[in-house]
Design a protein around this ligand. Sequence first.
Ligand SMILES: Nc1ncnc2c1ncn2[C@@H]1O[C@H](COP(=O)(O)OP(=O)(O)OP(=O)(O)O)[C@@H](O)[C@H]1O
Ligand SMILES: [Mg+2]
Length: 392
Amino acid sequence: MVEFPPRPPKDIASIPRHVRLHMLMSVRDLHVPSVEELQLYETMDMMIRQNYHHLQPSSSSTWSMISGEEARYRPPVTAPTYGAAVVGVSGSGKTQAIRRCLSTFPQTIQHTSFFRMVNGLQQVVWLSLDVPAGGKATDLAAALMTAWKKATGSTRFDKTLAGEWRNGPQMLDEWRQVASSHFLGLLHLDEIQNLFKLPPLKSRSKRKPGEPQPELRIIDDQSLKWILTALNEWQIPLLVSGTPDGFGALTKRLSNTERIVTSGYHAFKHFWGDHDAAFRQHFLPRLGHYQYVARPIAINEELGDLVLEKTAGVQRLIIALWIAAHRVAFERNDDDLRLGDFKVAADTYLAPVAQAVAALHSNDPGRLSMYEDLSPQDHSFWAQFWSNISRN
Ligand SMILES: Nc1ncnc2c1ncn2[C@@H]1O[C@H](COP(=O)(O)OP(=O)(O)OP(=O)(O)O)[C@@H](O)[C@H]1O
Ligand SMILES: [Mg+2]
């Protein structure tokens, strides 16, 4: 799961700036796993393997579940359900961590011979996708089908996808049957907050201090119901991930009997409060190797303080600031990296996220929810940011 891209060459001074700019972009691939990520890996490994124990190909109950023939099928009481969640503010590294954990498992396994199957079986170990913005059941079903096709190459859903998407529950069930019959081992749904509707920013900013936050409204109950059924009745282990507001809304909607987290709850933290030692001892020293100037900046407490101040310790912002500071340094002829470059980068390239950073520093729940409001806009901001910064 660790990834350390190649370090800058020793003769960096002789390399033209525009070439260095390209090299610099590899910092985006740097990955320093957190302790939480290692625990998440264990949770995922346990979910996948334990669940397969209960999906014995030789047991008739497995096949009646897959075929859905018995309308009143209930899994044996001994078969537990496996559900886990990854929650953290936007940019804290949820998607990256999950992807890296997943990639340690083969996505599909081809069995040339398989119990009851004449032509063998393509087992699908995991599938990962985003809940589509808008959260509608038809869109979710289409996203599941598209992800399935990408993973397996199967044209199975082509007809449905090309048709009119009317009946969400029917589409979801079509997908479910196929997924079960290929023994899907783990379903990961990212951006779980998309099941809910954020009140418009305007009405939120009008809220007075101390006033409770408005509840998030569910967009389409069918999606949520289906997700729970997949977990509880069809024995598809489910991993959900998203921002704290979305996950909070999700758990609020569920009664006690419908717990979605049975296997593990993983809070991904930005480097803040007690957690900043991980930044100073592990993250920053490793990031510090990636300096594309002749005279690197010292990796010390002062730099650490400045980076935390300007980014609130959010992993995505730290990487962005690091790259932007280089960009600022490249404008000068000194061929070094200075604290001032980080300050200028924060005030220019990263100015649009300053409010969000201030909200995170405040740790006031009201203001934090404003940060979450900013994240949907983030996507266009970040596309713009990366294209500006990598342009010569
Ligand atoms: N463990 C890590 N080591 C190094 N960089 C990281 C790490 N985690 C995250 N980052 C940086 O932060 C960026 C954002 O991470 P990621 O996309 O996983 O966040 P997220 O929590 O899924 O955010 P969102 O809620 O907006 O989807 C990564 O592209 C990477 O540059
Ligand atoms: Mg993400």
